[in-house]
Design a protein around this ligand. Sequence first.
Ligand SMILES: [Zn+2]
Ligand SMILES: [Zn+2]
Length: 212
Amino acid sequence: MLIETFPVGPLGCNCSILVDPATRSAVVIDPGGDFEAIQGKLERAGATVASIVHTHTHIDHVGATAPLARWSGAPARIHEADRFLYELLPVQAALIGVDLPEVCEVEGDLVDDAAVTAGGIELQVLHTPGHTPGSLSFVLRTPEGPVAFTGDTLFRRGIGRTDLWGGDSQAIFLSLRRKLMTLDDATRVVTGHGPGTTIGEERRANPFLRRG
Ligand SMILES: [Zn+2]
Ligand SMILES: [Zn+2]
């Protein structure tokens, strides 16, 4: 399994490309910007995109979604509870001071415990609301152990902000405790921005997850 994660767009959103080596079928997580860079990596891997999925629809995570969907023909998929944020992209663009990205049809079909498949790839969908109402995490089982893509819900030594549209601090703590912190300590974590970590490391050292 090829897993490549790289920062895209002005806010450095981590975009991940997963490619099944046998079928060259691929999933793209959070194409937040820099469409040409994403396209180039997919072309070099000989990959065909089966699904474009989003941990949430803040503007920095969807900047290259429309051109990628048009070029690849793959569906752009979100949790339905984040659709209002996709419709608020002009407001998000004005607030952050970035250009308004092109938009496309998005399917709100990613629900808790669904599976996203592409060849031999199977991503388990976890609904982890709080940073946004439709925030998702994705868990990939690999021979080297599980990998969780947590978007802006869990960072290395931090958690996502909950002061933006639909943010809910109680909900994010429940998502962390009931969903992400039930994963094995060895689970590698690809975060929405910045360095990766593991579930075990955050369980021990993340100041937002220590109780008391
Ligand atoms: Zn966000
Ligand atoms: Zn973000």
